[in-house]
Write a protein that binds this ligand. Structure first.
Ligand code: HEC
Length: 329
């Protein structure tokens, strides 16, 4: 091939690429679309396994002050193996924990909002690496909604909402709770709050495979369904969430109180006592206080915004045990 021929071929190639790029709204678009996907790592590193141990000890101890130390270990492992979905998710969980229980901090700095952005970033990594993990999807949606609220970003709010609906479809027993919990701080008369409360009822229906009586939701007859396996395991207590059952009914009771239905709330709260682990639950006194004060708490739970003076007399999502209520041993 002579030089002239190869030059003209090069010109033709260049012209074709230029045309294709123009048609497809730019070369940058093509370059980005054809970039290789970040590969998930096949094996877990030694550092990741060590970080796991510290992560779980910190969460199960409810050791909020231990978050920075656990964060160093988990982020260190992530930097070594950024393809590890579990490690990426653990970074996300630590950030969202710090944000969720920020009532524990003496004085809250504006930089607390960074935790929402970082939680969203790391859950996005985790979901990309392990798309079938519906629990990560639910937490991604939660952190998108938190980030969107901070930045008053309506587009991201809608994306977060629809990501949540997908997460519910993927694992309703887990994500109906997650979705409703996120909505619990919204005003009681808002559509979002009402839908969130309806989602708590639907969690119960999904968990028992029947329609739970809305006026007399006694759970005694369903206790025999308790399981450690399959999708329904997330309805009960486990190594991961040692007091999930109690925490679930505390939040649902709080939402009913906030909606003004404190009588049904008392029945829902009382279900927590059916748990075989109730006596060991660190927050059983808080629950009993809520049963006693249910009527008075209707007004308290409806105060707008975060109210430091109210202490833990606010919906569970805004308490110092927003995560520890289910995860602390
Ligand atoms: C109502 C109880 C409840 C609350 C509140 C709750 N969780 Fe969970 N969490 C669960 C259940 C149930 C599971 C799933 C257990 C399973 O997969 O068997 C879970 C799963 C997890 C996991 C395990 C993921 C994995 O990879 O195995 C982590 C970590 C976690 N939650 C952290 C948190 C954090 C942080 C918060 C607070 C923002 C929180 N949870 C709030 C009940 C709760």
């Amino acid at each position: 091939m002579n030089t002239h021929e190869s030059t003209s071929r090069r010109h033709a190639w260049h012209a074709a690429v230029t045309l294709a790029c123009t048609l497809l709204a730019g070369c940058s678009f093509m370059a980005v679309q054809t970039a290789p996907v970040k590969p998930a790592s096949a094996a877990r590193s030694e550092a990741a396994l060590r970080a796991d141990t510290l992560f779980w000890k910190t969460l199960h101890d409810g050791d909020y002050d231990g978050i920075p130390r656990a964060m160093q270990a988990v982020k260190g492992a992530y930097l070594q193996t950024p393809g590890d979905a579990v490690t990426a998710a653990h970074v996300g969980f630590l950030h969202i924990w710090r944000l969720a229980e920020s009532a524990r901090q003496e004085s809250l700095l504006p930089s607390i909002t960074d935790d929402a952005v970082l939680a969203r970033k790391f859950f996005q990594e985790a979901v990309a690496l392990h798309p079938g993990e519906a629990r990560y999807q639910g937490f991604l949606a939660s952190s998108m909604l938190a980030e969107a609220a901070i930045h008053k970003d309506e587009k991201l709010t809608r994306q977060g909402y629809f990501t949540m609906l997908d997460a519910i479809d993927a694992w309703p027993e887990f994500n109906l709770f997650t979705a409703g919990y996120v909505m619990s701080p919204q005003p009681a008369e808002s559509a979002r709050f009402k839908e969130g409360l309806a989602w708590q009822w639907r969690t119960l229906d999904e968990c028992v495979g029947a329609t739970v009586d809305r006026r007399n939701p006694a759970f005694d007859s369903y206790m025999k369904l308790a399981t450690q396996t399959g999708p329904n395991r997330v309805c009960w207590n486990s190594w991961i969430a040692p007091h999930n059952f109690e925490g679930f009914f505390m939040n649902m009771g709080d939402m009913l109180v906030k909606a003004g239905d404190w009588q049904t709330a008392q029945k829902i709260y009382a279900n927590a006592k059916l748990s075989p682990d109730y006596a060991q639950w660190k927050f059983n006194g808080v629950l009993e206080d809520r049963i006693a004060r249910a009527e008075a708490n209707v007004a308290a739970f409806n105060l707008p915004g975060r109210n430091k003076a109210a202490g833990d007399n606010v919906v569970m999502n805004h308490t110092r045990f927003a995560c520890a209520g289910c995860h602390q041993k």
